[in-house]
Design a binder for this molecule. Sequence first.
Ligand code: KIV
Length: 271
Amino acid sequence: MKNQEEKIVVLTAYDHPTARIVDEVGIDAILVGDSLSNVVLGYENTLSVKMKEMLHHTKSVARANPNSLLIGDMPFGSYQVGAKEAVKNATKFIQEGGAEAVKIEGGKESVSKVEKIIDAGIPVMGHLGLTPQKILQLGGYQPRGKTAKEAQKILKEAQMLEEAGAFSVVLESIPQELGKIITEKLEIPTIGIGAGPHCDGQVLVFHDLVGLTEFSPKFAKKYINLDSFIEKAVKEFRKEVKSKEFPNQEHSYNMEKEELNKLKSNLEENS
Ligand code: KIV
């Protein structure tokens, strides 16, 4: 697709119904992102989500049998310890979760793990720029690579990941100029999120796109305000239950008259 200049569309999904819709639309790849942590599970950031939770949600997405490439995001602590642990956990994403590839954050420090996971036969997507699993060191979610020195480091690490065998690399929150340079220098596709229009593809967090997050970053475009639709429906339900409008005959079941009479006489006999 990169060679044919066809943009690659990637979206996160964390459950079966969303995966079904996303796949039906023809999204090229589904990422079960570790954004599951804050976006769905209500943790403060992405540091809290565990392998067990990631696998639980990856399985749910996989049950939709998507045609889209299914990528599992390796959570904080599942690969940093060492290559052996990284291969073990990446294998779980494939064997238990039903994913077809994994994503790993980080540059130089992640290269040895990327190589070993690829040696094990598992495709790896990299993730550079703003890497939210490093939030404690970074101190905030500001864009990265704004200085020539840091931009050069990100480019070098992207090249290292390509050399290590990564099939693609996510570029998060970097200046568009840097997104363009990295995209031109790499043979593998770049997937941008807040990295400008020149990347080979774009990824968004599903809940940002549909307007289900309390806070969304500058780079996230809200295509619909779903929370106001949901709020309206829930309000209506509450109102109708309180006013005894719901459930009406349309939403109720009936017993056969004969069975109802039998029940009533049985109850009378026993009373
Ligand atoms: O976890 C996630 O949703 C991600 C995307 C922001 C790429 O890593």
